[in-house]
Write a protein that binds this ligand. Sequence first.
Ligand SMILES: Cc1cc2nc3c(=O)[nH]c(=O)nc-3n(C[C@H](O)[C@H](O)[C@H](O)COP(=O)(O)O)c2cc1C
Length: 185
Amino acid sequence: MRVLGLAGSLRAGSHSARLLALAGSALPAGAELVTWSRLGELPLYDPDVDARETHPVVESLRDAIREADALVIVTPEYNASVSGVLKNAIDWASRPRATTALQSKPVAVVSQSPGQFGGLWAADDLKRILKITGARPLEEAVSVAQIDTVLPDGAPALQDEELHDALVAQLAALVEAAQTATVAA
Ligand SMILES: Cc1cc2nc3c(=O)[nH]c(=O)nc-3n(C[C@H](O)[C@H](O)[C@H](O)COP(=O)(O)O)c2cc1C
């Protein structure tokens, strides 16, 4: 089982990227996390460019999604929504609409922020965006509040057992959804 991971931040030492790595360790046996971390290399989505040329980084993203059985996406909250770089990547991946690599892909949504809601709005928006593309986000997102305390610099694990357990449960549900999708196909 191949799980593709995207982190919606370009920042060095990003909490999103660190959470994604933790998600990789929390996957059930037999599932492997493959991280695609070239969001910053994608051009801004332009339908004219998309229609005219094949961009290698865009193709890399679309192929990585196509080859995955499921996705984990970790987003920071930016102004009450997902980050722009993540939205841009999803816009590229969502086209061509009829053959999008995202079609029917199960997705685990994780959000984080230093605030008390853990990027709940970003998680809700991400689920809505993914549904529109044809992907299948799990209904239950994991939102990590007070990320600076829960995952301080240098910490090798989440400093909150309940959140760790929620992440493990979410990833188990993701793998189950991917297995069900494979059987149904
Ligand atoms: C442009 C910008 C907008 C932000 N907006 C919000 C926000 O609306 N709500 C919130 O809780 N945090 C907000 N934050 C804080 C980020 O969510 C927080 O720093 C997050 O941990 C960054 O993720 P990263 O470490 O993966 O880069 C914002 C940060 C930036 C840079």
